[in-house]
Design a protein around this ligand. Structure first.
Ligand SMILES: [Zn+2]
Length: 81
């Protein structure tokens, strides 16, 4: 099925992916990792959510450095990498 790029759902998805990108950069800074490196493995904490300014919890996987994040605000951004 083709994606309708004018649909509200697509716009929302695109908007959220930008917030997630921003959040990942914030998290990397927060863990002290350099921008082109994965987050420091095993790190966890809270940063300010770029979408709602609420609390966004994150963890960096100790195995592969993948960043997981979830905003405490209901229906705000969350992702798994
Ligand atoms: Zn949020």
């Amino acid at each position: 099925m083709a994606i309708d790029k004018n649909s509200e759902k697509y716009k929302k998805m695109l908007e959220e992916s930008k917030f997630v990108e921003t959040a990942i950069q914030l998290i990397k800074n927060h863990t002290g990792a350099k921008p082109n490196e994965p987050g420091n493995k095993g790190a966890r904490g809270i940063v300010i959510c770029p979408k709602c300014n609420g609390e966004l919890m994150y963890t960096v996987a100790s195995i592969n450095g993948h960043i997981w994040g979830k905003c405490k605000t209901k229906d705000c951004i969350q992702w798994m990498m």
